[in-house]
Design a protein around this ligand. Structure first.
Ligand SMILES: Cc1cc2nc3c(=O)[nH]c(=O)nc-3n(C[C@H](O)[C@H](O)[C@H](O)COP(=O)(O)OP(=O)(O)OC[C@H]3O[C@@H](n4cnc5c(N)ncnc54)[C@H](O)[C@@H]3O)c2cc1C
Length: 433
């Protein structure tokens, strides 16, 4: 590989180890369905499965290949769905809706692993738990409060002492950490392809290379692609970090697409694996700019970090991340890095995903702030239920009107400045620690 090589979704490790995708083709006709879903990632496909199980006809339109979006590029960590305190969620949505949400969030890993079993999805699920490190006392205190709050809702988060964190991570850089035993990992592209396979076997029509170019209001909706159209009663938009090409005016201003890069090592020796994340837990080095890691099924260590604000990455975009990884695990100094890729994460103004009805019959679900494997699954199902007509009060996710970013057109320089600022603060904190 040379430094001029560009990395994106096609260069992801997952492309080499996923089960084959089901056969799909572009939409080449005018057809009809009860519901059209735009975007075939975790959200759209879980919604499609829910809708078809309720007896509705469903057509999913994907602009590119299956897994083109974040779902085919993700780190595949299946975590508790949100990075927010239960008290905060209840404060925002009230006691009843907030409690329903906290319970759903607490059980996100369980929901994902249960669905994998229920549908027989071949996507290398591993449920060894997740460790989040704490390098400062303030993070440790925050983790202790979070664990106490989540415990009230039956969600087990264990606070790790310095010794236990060292044993779980394989590094003595940390003061302690947090452990979630129900969390784990999966092969994200395989999960996407398998959700699509099962949905299609159950009657969902799925078209790839079928970008939606226009939404026309009829007595329902007519959804246009370059070579076809779908007449339907309702439309569900599930485009997350790739929303800028969706023809729903204003929706793109509700998410800021931030890039994350991932690289995978050569398969590590048994000796190295016994030292680095020895229980094969997934791991997040908690700082303002997080670093995340997990093993794949062949013992490659996959490590992720924030990336530059463009969609194709060059070899140097991974240098800072590799340096940080070696600082944590010096034994990886001479390890070869075999795969490099990255994609877009959708951030929202209030750090929460949203389920929103833009106008009657036009619904959107997105904005996972980097936690979309679990939350995209849960919210996909909930969005399907909402579109199928379930009463809002019975949903575990509130229907809301998310705020747009005021200076959205300047988000690229804004994000770049924030990254520099966060990096500086992280550096100062680690020097102090
Ligand atoms: C590098 C990276 C690492 C990540 N790691 C983790 C992790 O470890 N754990 C975790 O929980 N989350 C992680 N995430 C986040 C998670 O992967 C996403 O939140 C999740 O995949 C979002 O799924 P989705 O279905 O909503 O959207 P996506 O999977 O992004 O799918 C959206 C789809 O919409 C399509 N689309 C856009 N416009 C149109 C149009 N006009 N017509 C038709 N289709 C259209 C796109 O082509 C795309 O395929 C990561 C994300 C990235 C990028």
């Amino acid at each position: 590989m040379t430094s001029t090589e560009l990395f994106d979704g096609r260069s992801a490790l997952w492309m080499q180890t996923a089960v084959a995708a089901p056969d799909t083709a572009p939409l080449l006709e005018s057809t009809s369905a009860d519901v059209t879903i735009i975007g075939a990632g975790f959200t759209g496909l879980n919604a499609a499965l829910e809708l078809i199980s309720q007896g509705l006809t469903v057509c999913v339109l994907e602009a590119s290949w299956l897994g083109f979006g974040a779902s085919g590029r993700s780190g595949g960590q299946v975590n508790v769905g949100l990075n927010l305190d239960p008290a905060d969620l209840i404060g925002r949505f009230g006691e009843e809706a907030g409690t329903r949400l906290v319970r759903a969030v607490s059980n996100t890993p369980g929901t994902v692993f249960d669905r994998i079993k229920q549908f027989g999805l071949r996507c290398d699920p591993v449920q060894n738990g997740w460790v989040q490190s704490a390098a400062t006392q303030s993070v440790l205190d925050w983790q202790a409060a979070l664990a106490e709050d989540f415990a009230k809702y039956g969600c087990e988060l264990q606070v790790l002492s310095r010794e236990k964190a060292r044993a779980a991570i394989g590094s003595d850089k940390y003061l302690g950490g947090l452990f979630c035993p129900t969390a784990g990992t999966l092969q994200p592209l395989a999960y996407t392809r398998e959700l699509a396979r099962v949905a299609m076997e159950r009657g969902v029509r799925l078209h790839t290379e079928s970008a939606v170019t226009r939404l026309e209001k009829t007595n329902g909706w007519k959804v246009h692609t370059a070579q076809g159209s779908v007449s339907c009663k309702k439309v569900l938009v599930c485009t997350n970090g790739y929303t800028e090409s969706t023809p729903v005016p204003g929706l793109e201003k509700k998410v800021v697409p931030i890039r994350s890069v991932l690289a995978a090592t050569e398969p590590l020796s048994a000796e190295l694996r016994a030292k680095i994340l020895p229980g094969e837990v997934s791991f997040v080095d908690k700082r303002r700019l997080i670093l995340y890691m997990r093993y794949d099924r062949d013992g490659r260590l996959c490590c992720g970090d924030h990336g530059p604000m463009r969609d194709e990455f060059t070899r140097t975009d991974y240098d800072a991340m590799k340096k940080r990884v070696v600082e944590i695990f010096p034994a990886l100094r001479d390890t070869r890095w075999d795969y490099h890729w990255g994609g877009r994460i959708a951030f929202t103004k209030d750090s929460l995903p949203f389920l929103t009805e833009i106008e009657p019959g036009l619904v959107a679900a997105m904005g996972y702030n980097g936690r979309g494997v679990g939350m995209g699954t849960v919210l996909g199902v909930e969005a399907g239920r909402f579109v199928a007509g379930l009463d809002k009060e019975k949903l575990s996710f509130p229907v809301s009107s998310p705020k747009a970013f005021a200076l959205h057109r300047w988000h690229k320089p804004g994000v770049n400045m924030s990254i520099k600022w966060y990096a500086l603060r992280d550096h100062l904190e680690s020097v102090r620690a």
